[in-house]
Design a protein around this ligand. Sequence first.
Ligand code: CA
Ligand code: CA
Ligand code: CA
Length: 249
Amino acid sequence: MADSCVDIDECLQPALNQCEENAKCVNSNGSYDCSCLPGFDGDGFLCKDVDECLRSSAVCQRNSVCLNTVGSFACLCSTGYLNNGLACEDVDECSASPPCGENSTCNNTNGSYTCSCKRGFTGNGLDCSDVDECALNGVCHINAICSNYPGGYACFCREGFTGPGKTCYDVNECEFAFLNHCAAKANCTNSLGSYRCSCHSGFNGDGRKCDGTFVHSLLVCHLIQHLFLIGGFYKIFISLKQEETSLEK
Ligand SMILES: [Ca+2]
Ligand SMILES: [Ca+2]
Ligand SMILES: [Ca+2]
């Protein structure tokens, strides 16, 4: 009768075996075996998912992160990296649409990027505003005017001064006639940032216009005197002529 006994394949019917769902059932003569599927740990009757990400040996490549799944795991590129098919490669964030503000410079870094304000601008790198250099002391020379503009500033020497603006020198307007408005009959005296004109003695005016009124009046006086003298001589001449004619008679 022992010959009529046949082995039952417990693996064919789940109700006949105790293998858990994540285990493989292997039939044997008179019995069966349970072994956990890859990615699971246990005795076959109880199988627990293996967290491959916790294993000391690095399961994922550089620049990627491990994501545990039931029965398996996945490697995902870290933020700032993209899979090029072979490895996770740094994304050059600066080459695409610049993530920084318009007045800032983008610097690509491994796995990320930084934004830094351009020269002449201040801020956190993303939001950069113009530095008003003119509000700071000593930017331009004391005799210069400061002009602020986005990203920079300029220094212009005041009227009467010359130079690059950081330094300004007094213009000696008296050195050349075209630099001053003094009249020809005037003395030019240089001063810091300006000059003075004063008429030569004998001339009247503000130095820019000098009239010879004093001299003119003297000349007119002399002329009148001369006319009187000539008139006198003429009178004498006439009377002498009259005397001459009366004697002839
Ligand atoms: Ca990058
Ligand atoms: Ca500025
Ligand atoms: Ca001057």
